[in-house]
Ligand binder design. Sequence first.
Ligand code: C5P
Length: 349
Amino acid sequence: MERKVKLFLWLMVIGALSYIFKLTMDLQLGLKTQDSNIMWSIFKLENKESDFIEGCPRDVADSSHSFELFKRLFKVPCEPVRSKRSPWFMKRFNASIQPFLSPLSQGIVREDFDWWQKLQKNDISYEAFLDFLRKWDKVLPNSELLFKEKRSICTSCAVVGNSQNLNGSGFGKAIDCHDYVFRMNRGPVEGFENDVGTFTTHRFMYPVSATKVPPGTGLIFIPFKMSDLKWLNNTLMKVSNEEKNINATERKKVIVYNPAFMHYVHNNWGNKKGHYPSTGLFAIISVLHSCDKVDVFGFGQNSHGAWPHYWDKRYKEKKGQGYVHNAGNEREMLERLKDNGIIRMFGKT
Ligand code: C5P
């Protein structure tokens, strides 16, 4: 009898301690979220708060945050989403291909080069291409390093597409609470803060867009042809290039997407459909290879199958993306990634 009472008392103590711990967590989050809008509260209700606790809102994501501290002290392991045992995912995922160009990844095989060379007007031999990359090692010493440091035990990343489904979403705070926020091309932040947030760590850009990178933001440059690489090379080699907006400090933040990885995304994730994948699909897959948790915002066509931008009202009338990308296939792929628990997707596709 006495043993039962003791057991009961112990259970009470453990229960009380857990409750106090949770109250502390709630208080910390509550204090910071008092000024949040209704959409943010709904977002937290719809998604497990624990999934966001390490990074939401951003200013409690430092080591003083007791949950972070608790996880560090007790070395709570983080299981990256890419290690999930989904047979469908594992069949496609290939960890051995590096998303970004580096001396290590420069062994681009002929098959990858042949595919890449046909994307846009290219007139360079395989040998000359490899020679160019070899010389480039000095210019891009750390290109393979997407993250200089791990910001939390589980690195959370938001990939923000340019879809009009962001309009009125109120996702801004949810986006900003990630450790890393990846945006695309020239998707603006100013004037759209409530829906797209303000925090940006990197921008995926194809060459036409890459001339205007906001200071402090990492540029992930997607090359489609040899002249893109040459253009970037010339720009980076100059000490300062105000006109192109990549100055000496900023060039350290340049990362170049690996053409071999582009081929892998096209084959394994684009199902070889369309001419080549969209910037958005390139972004999501490379981020999946790098981050522990991946949340996707701003992906979705309109009812005509067009891809209107959140800032562009006139775009509404345009239809389809033609032969270049296969929007239908990409949508299906994102749905499957979501259904397999690999990404979380916010907003209607
Ligand atoms: O148009 P842009 O390529 O700059 O947009 C970035 C990415 O966002 C696209 O490549 C596409 O993957 C995604 N997007 C989308 N739906 C839209 C607009 C863009 O899924 N309506």
